[in-house]
Design a protein around this ligand. Structure first.
Ligand code: SF4
Ligand code: MG
Length: 297
């Protein structure tokens, strides 16, 4: 069975980044880091030459989950935390399309946290862009799973009691096949990671650190920028242990590792499904009894 890779099927188009932008007025605050994510995504789409007719943007709920409104594509603004499963269904039904999921830290890792490991381990062929501002923005400043303990929020007025979750470490350990991180304001690196992640065959996870000037006054654009250290060119992106060590070392030093941390190849869920359908004679010759017999030990 040949590998199914959306970008290889696509009829490429020549469009400028602005051609991928809709006329929908922005509802993000001035200075929000999400503008950087949008700019990076539009630039990546243009560089790849993605046909908007073959592009599906999927999101959950939150300020970041409004991003699909601004992208010239098919789009699904789904339920809180459920962008991943919806996007998985879209990708399996139409493996010829490019599927982009965008969402926030609360949407992805709290409400939708149960879905994250499964997209990674199944190696769903799509990109998940986390717009991580360490706070719930849309609902006005509650503590999120990535909030740092020193941050005082409306729900943690004396600071947090819990260790923040590290989305990068989470994805590395659950088997994502492409893992990268950048400050959203570093549009060059962010768009490079998005582009490569979209071209990657398998589950690509890109964490973009995005300031929320309205409700997080410690993780400012300047603070993110100053804390980021790009992994050196010598970093072996095929070595999972090296990626985990790099993240651990950066953490201990109070730094944020950025760049492409890990990349590997293994069959995607849609490939495995296509192989199964072929093996059991799917399509019009679908035979349930044969499938049950095959499944028996
Ligand atoms: Fe951006 Fe925060 Fe405003 Fe939401 S509340 S649009 S995350 S700055
Ligand atoms: Mg958030």
């Amino acid at each position: 069975m040949n590998a199914i890779h959306p970008q290889m099927h696509l009829h490429k188009v020549e469009l400028k980044p602005k051609d991928y932008k809709t006329d929908t007025p922005s509802f993000w605050c001035a200075g929000c880091g999400h503008y950087g994510v949008l700019t990076g995504l539009l630039r990546s789409l243009s560089e790849i030459g993605v046909d908007p007719n073959h592009l599906v943007s999927v999101s959950g709920i939150g300020c970041s989950s409004r991003l699909p409104y601004f992208v010239n594509s098919y789009k699904m603004h789904t339920l809180h935390g459920r962008a991943g499963p919806v996007a998985t269904g879209v990708q399996l039904a139409r493996p010829d399309l490019s599927v982009v999921v965008t969402g926030g830290d609360g949407d992805g890792f709290s409400i939708g946290g149960g879905h994250m490991p499964h997209m990674a381990r199944k190696n769903v062929n799509m990109i998940y862009i986390l717009m991580d501002n360490h706070v719930y923005g849309l609902t006005k400043g509650q503590c999120s799973p990535t909030s740092r303990q020193v941050m005082k929020t409306t729900t943690t007025p004396y600071g947090g009691l819990e260790e923040p979750l590290d989305p990068i470490m989470y994805m590395l350990t659950y088997g994502a096949t492409y893992v990268g991180q950048s400050f959203a304001g570093n549009v060059k690196l962010a768009s490079q990671l998005i582009k490569e992640g979209m071209e990657h065959k398998g589950f690509a996870f890109v964490n973009l650190l995005s300031q929320c000037p309205s409700f997080n006054d410690i993780d400012t654009a300047q603070a993110f920028k100053e804390a980021c250290d790009q992994v050196p060119d010598s970093h072996d992106t095929s070595d999972l242990s090296a990626a985990i060590s790099a993240v651990n070392a950066a953490k201990k030093a109070g730094r944020i590792p950025t760049g492409l941390l890990y990349k590997t190849e293994r069959p995607t869920l849609d490939e495995r499904m296509a192989e199964l359908v072929e093996r059991v004679g799917g399509g019009k010759d679908y035979d349930l009894k044969k499938i049950i017999d095959l499944a028996r030990p």
